[in-house]
Every structure is written in C-alpha cells, then in structure tokens.
Design a protein around this ligand. Structure first.
Ligand SMILES: C=C(O[C@@H]1C=C(C(=O)O)C=C[C@H]1O)C(=O)O
Length: 287
C-alpha cells in the first residue's frame, strides 16, 4: 500500500545531518524513504513519485510553479564545499574551447559550472554527460565534474590533476553563498497532508539542530561507513550549511538570474517557503 508521504533522501553524506536523528519510528508506517542521487530524485519529484525531499535547487526553479520548499532547510555553503569538484588536465585559465564531461547525477552544479565558465570566464565549451567515473570521463575530455560522495572519493584518490571546488569559485566571483539543494514539496501534497508534513518538517529541523549541537556521533558514523579522515569530515560538515535564510536566498536567486541570462532557465525563479501555520512571505531580493 502506498504510504501517506514518500520522502526523498539524497544518497550522499552531505544531507546526513538532516536525517541522522530523524525519528522514523514515531511515524509508524505512514512514511517511507526513497534514496537516490539528486538527478533521479529531481525526476521522481517531477513525476509525482516522491512527495517531499531534497532536490537540486536548479530543478526546483524549473518546476517552481508546482513546488514550495520546507522553510530553513537546504544544502548550502559560502565558499569551499568539499564535494563538488572540477578535475582538470589543464589549469582552468587554459580551458577555453575544452571538452568537459559532466556527471549525470547533478542539476545544480552542472549549471553552476556553465555559469562560471561562460559568464565569468567568457569561454566556449562543449559538454558531455556521463556516469560519475573519473577515469572514464577523462579518457576523452579535458576535465570532468563530479559531485557528492563520488567527488569526495575521487579527490581522495589524488592524481596529477588540477582540482577546483565549485562553491569556492562561485564565492570568489560573486561573494555569495550557493544553495545546491532545497527540500521541495509538491503543492498538491500540502492540501492533503499538511499535518503530517508539519511533523516531518519538525523532525528534519530537530535532527539538524541536534547534529549542530554535537557533531561527534555523526562524524564517527560517517568515518566508520565511508572511511577517510575524522578531521576532514569535521571540516566538511563545518563548511556545509543546512539552513535557508536571507544569505542563502540572495545567493541562490542570483544564481537563478545568471542561469536565466544564459538561457539555462526560462526565467529567474524565487523560492516559496512553507512552514506549518502559514507560508512564509517570499520577498524577491535584488543584488
Ligand atoms: C553539496 C552537494 O550538493 C548537491 C548538489 C546537487 C546538484 O548538483 O544538483 C544536488 C544536491 C546536493 O547533493 C554535493 O553533492 O556534494
């Protein structure tokens, strides 16, 4: 039988603070989790196979008239992220005219890279989309973009490549933070399940808050399951933000304007936040 709420979860470490202490038992069999990489969650949300969960912020903009976003949740960073990298055979200054392989798991970061290379560097680039396997990607391309745990793994493996963090590049050029994912809800779900949705939202916020107060157990869990270095993981989670306030909105809405300017989005979008007891107002902030 279909559960009342089908909840998405990105299959990467970056969302864990929002899920780590999520008290699933209190919801008994009214909810279920569907775990996928972002591009597949984006599609599942658009097809109505998921009711609520993190999707690429780019995909939110593509469907903005059908979605709202849970207030105060996102995957954002101001500056270095640590899991979104361009791996390049040449320095970025020499990439004009290059061929770049893009992971097929992303929507936000692939378009962020286009904005950076076209708008800020003025380059002409040809792109191919591939499975996220660095060696394969670089067989026939000058550079490759990976996100999430694939990017973390690839940077750990090292190698003689130039490595650029996309959050850092965005911050260098704009001074803004960048929001990669927001927790979207399809509007028709609001009418039917707003009470349950409010409880799920509260559980996400509680998990986020609890991990913020004591990151230790999360770091230990991630270290046990994904290897790596405890200090690197600590730095990773310190750099990520899971809030969505004015700072994140300003950065994200500037990204949407850049994407619209380059024809990557049909029009700039705004993020319409939802929380129990009434939607938050949605002021459009200009640069
Ligand atoms: C910070 C990250 O943000 C992500 C990037 C996304 C994208 O590019 O579409 C979507 C969701 C997030 O997982 C990451 O993957 O490392």
């Amino acid at each position: 039988m279909q559960k009342s709420l089908r909840i998405g979860q990105i299959l990467y470490t970056n969302v864990l603070p929002v899920y780590f202490y999520f008290d699933q038992e209190r919801f008994e069999d009214r909810i279920e989790f569907i775990r996928q990489v972002p591009a597949q969650l984006n599609q599942a949300m658009a097809r109505g196979e998921i009711d609520v969960g993190p999707i690429s912020s780019f995909s939110y903009a593509e469907h903005a008239s059908h979605y709202v976003a849970l207030a105060d949740l996102s995957v954002s960073a101001k500056g270095r992220v640590g899991s979104l990298f361009l791996f390049s055979k040449k320095p970025i200054e020499q990439l004009d005219g290059a061929k770049i392989a893009m992971t097929n798991t992303s929507a936000t970061t692939v378009n962020l890279l286009k904005i950076i290379l076209h708008k800020f560097y003025g380059y002409e680039i040809s792109y191919v989309t591939q499975e996220p396997e660095l060696e394969q990607m670089l067989l026939d391309s000058d550079a490759a973009l990976l996100i999430g745990d694939d990017a973390i793994q690839a940077v750990r493996n090292g190698g003689p490549l130039h490595v650029y963090d996309l959050g850092e590049l965005w911050h260098q050029f704009t001074g803004y933070s960048m929001t990669f994912a927001v927790w979207a809800v399809r509007k028709e779900v609001l009418a039917e399940h707003s009470g349950l949705l409010a409880d799920v939202h509260a559980s996400f916020l509680a998990s986020k808050e609890k991990t913020r107060q004591n990151t230790g157990p999360l770091i230990e869990y991630v270290h046990t399951h994904h290897g790596g270095d405890m200090q690197e993981w600590t730095r990773y989670f310190q750099g990520l933000q899971h809030d969505f306030g004015d700072e994140q909105r300003i950065g994200l809405e500037y990204y949407y304007r850049c994407a619209a300017e380059l024809g990557l989005l049909p029009a700039p979008a705004t993020v319409d936040l939802w929380q129990a007891g009434g939607r938050q107002t949605n002021t459009t902030l200009t640069r």
